[in-house]
Design a binder for this molecule. Structure first.
Ligand SMILES: NC(=O)c1ccc[n+]([C@@H]2O[C@H](COP(=O)([O-])OP(=O)(O)OC[C@H]3O[C@@H](n4cnc5c(N)ncnc54)[C@H](OP(=O)(O)O)[C@@H]3O)[C@@H](O)[C@H]2O)c1
Length: 324
């Protein structure tokens, strides 16, 4: 019997209920996927808690997974039963053993990229691509600040920015995470729960500030991120792990001719050609080692609540993968 994690009410991780579901059937243009590995993202925590009300309840959360095509609906071309595919979707439904999916979302996985790696990192790798190539193309020699630099997105963002020639400063919660951030391309790390990161960053940059701040922490860091920018700097706020950000005024931006962006990956994936390009680039980067994600930590799908607790305890590291 197919099963899934169903959310019936927003709240704590115990709202993630493991339930049997009806056997899904692919409609025209869809495929039926037997899933082998499901990625866990911080986004799923926001959806479960009700911070984002983007999943209609009752609903199945989850934005990415890997699996094997079991059957194809009418008019599906280029896919057949037995094909191994990955996908990312803002339409949710990934926390399941079986699901139907628009065939256009299915991306082939190179043989030497594991199910766990693809399932737990495709969305994060595409996010890094969005941040470094679309939101603000990184030029060699610039200085960037990456908050939560040892996290799932954080470490691959550091790898990419360093590869592109940026000087990378990362904030981290612990000494162990400082080591992880440094081994992923950070030139300097700041333990932002122990010291004033704005002051440390000013010292590291001789008071100049950085060209770009990548801030996914939100409430706790946003004001300091603004202070940490150089003249004409760009604050890219792409998450809110510590809570939602307060409104800012145009006057705040005018003090240093600053730019603020609030990108969401799913908006960059609306164009199916761009979706495919970004997904293929991510797979290529996993294969070539340009991106080296954290070793995946598998957990049974039924224990999705433990995966969420791990993320919220700040020990996720971007590697959690649910096995149906
Ligand atoms: N905009 C988009 O399209 C998009 C796409 C993907 C991900 N994201 C965002 O990117 C961020 C990273 O995602 P991820 O899935 O890879 O998660 P993650 O980095 O594995 O986990 C979040 C990290 O944030 C830090 N953090 C600081 N304050 C926190 C708090 N109060 N609660 C929890 N964590 C806190 C922790 O690192 P330290 O211990 O080092 O502080 C924690 O490990 C999330 O905010 C996510 O929403 C956005």
């Amino acid at each position: 019997m197919p099963n899934a994690i169903v959310i019936r009410a927003y709240g704590d991780s115990d709202q993630l209920k493991f339930e049997d579901i009806a056997q899904p059937e692919p409609a025209e243009g869809e495929i039926l996927v037997r899933q082998t590995a499901v990625g866990v993202n911080y986004h799923d925590v926001y959806v479960r808690s009700g911070l984002y009300k983007t999943l209609d309840l009752p609903g199945i959360p989850g934005c990415e997974a890997v699996g094997v095509v079991e059957s194809v609906g009418e008019s599906v071309k280029g896919l057949k039963p037995g094909d191994r595919i990955a996908y990312v979707t803002g339409g949710y439904g990934a926390y399941a053993s079986h699901r139907t999916l628009a065939a256009t979302l299915a991306v082939p996985i190179p043989d030497d990229v594991s199910d766990e790696t693809a399932a737990s990192n495709l969305l994060r790798a595409m996010t890094v691509d969005m941040l470094t190539a679309y939101v603000h193309p990184i030029k060699p020699g610039i200085t960037v600040l990456v908050h939560a630099a040892a996290g799932g997105v954080g470490r691959m963002l550091c790898q990419s920015a360093a590869n592109m020639g940026a000087v990378v400063i990362g904030t981290v919660g612990t000494e162990a995470k400082a080591g992880i951030a440094k081994s992923n391309g950070c030139n300097h790390t700041i333990k932002y729960r122990e010291v004033d990161f704005v002051q440390s960053l000013a010292e590291l940059t001789d008071g100049t500030g950085v060209d770009i701040v990548y801030d996914s922490v939100g409430a706790d860091t946003f004001a300091g991120s603004i202070q940490s920018l150089a003249l004409c700097g760009h604050l890219v706020n792409f998450g809110q792990s510590s809570g939602a950000v307060d409104p800012i005024t145009m006057g705040t931006l005018a003090t240093k001719s600053l730019t603020v962006s609030r990108p969401i990956l799913f908006h960059y994936l609306q164009n199916s050609n761009q979706y495919r390009r970004m997904a293929q680039k991510a797979m290529h980067n996993f294969q070539s080692g340009v991106l080296s994600p954290a070793q995946a930590t598998p957990m049974a799908l039924a224990y999705a609540s433990q995966a969420h607790d791990t993320l919220e305890r700040m020990t996720g590291g971007g590697s959690l993968v649910l096995i149906p």
